[in-house]
Ligand binder design. Structure first.
Ligand code: ZN
Length: 237
């Protein structure tokens, strides 16, 4: 296995993505910029530290949207600290959090946040459950959610279950970035990655993976090569 060095940065004019990290079972954290818009994808543990190094406090306050591929801790571990930081820094504008239907973690974190801070949250938070795969547009950035296949173990036994999981394709002025999230090899990702300007593909399989959980490096590269450029992420380290 190759060791991926972070951060990874890619840009085409005013469309850019910075992957602060994507390490299985530890943390993911991604910032996407499209023109003046800034959105965060999969804010795992450490997202606040990484955003703080990258952006001014005013820029962090201007983040409009957070996209969650699935509820595993290495993809949502930083949500609490991000919400709290935006509170103490007195964010005023709305924060939208997009996440797959059936993902309990985001609603639980949000409800706990509301319980703790009740009347002292200065900014509106809108939970946006993604129930279908229709594209939508945020300040000129088109977002196309798509279903992927990502299993997890049930306790330590041999049983597995599927986790509600999405990939996202982001289109800005004709340029496309496809991020598959965590996924086993699946046809929907094959379709969405093909021809993208950038594909970000997980290659997370290791000896602890169960079937339907992650991809081998070979599978990930096969998909990645159908895009104009690709990065392999979530490689076990
Ligand atoms: Zn996962």
């Amino acid at each position: 296995m190759i060791k991926t060095e972070y951060p990874i940065y890619w840009e085409k004019e005013d469309f850019s993505i910075k992957i602060f990290c994507s390490i299985p079972a530890i943390a993911t954290g991604i910032l996407l910029r499209a023109g003046g818009a800034k959105v965060v994808i999969d804010p795992g543990d450490g997202i606040l530290r990484d955003l703080n190094e990258e952006l001014t406090p005013e820029e962090i306050l201007s983040i409009t949207d957070v996209f969650i591929t699935h509820g595993h801790h290495d993809h949502v571990g930083g949500v609490w600290s991000l919400l709290t930081y935006l509170r103490i820094m007195r964010k005023r504008t709305t924060l939208n959090i997009w996440f797959p239907e059936g993902c309990p973690e985001i609603e639980s974190i949000y409800n706990a946040f509301r319980t703790v801070y009740s009347n002292s949250i200065p900014y509106p938070i809108i939970l946006r459950t993604i129930m279908d795969y229709k594209p939508f547009t945020r300040r000129g950035l088109t977002v196309k959610p798509f279903p992927v296949i990502h299993a997890e173990k049930i306790e330590d036994g041999p049983e597995t279950r599927l986790v509600p999981s999405l990939g996202f394709k982001f289109t800005w002025q004709g340029k496309k970035i496809c991020y598959g999230g965590d996924t086993a090899y699946c046809e929907e990702l094959v379709k969405q990655a093909k021809g993208a300007d950038l594909a970000i593909i997980e290659a997370g399989e290791d000896e602890d993976s169960v079937p339907g959980m992650h991809m081998t490096q070979e599978e990930a590269e096969k998909i990645g090569r159908t895009a104009k450029e690709f990065f392999l992420v979530h490689v076990p380290q």
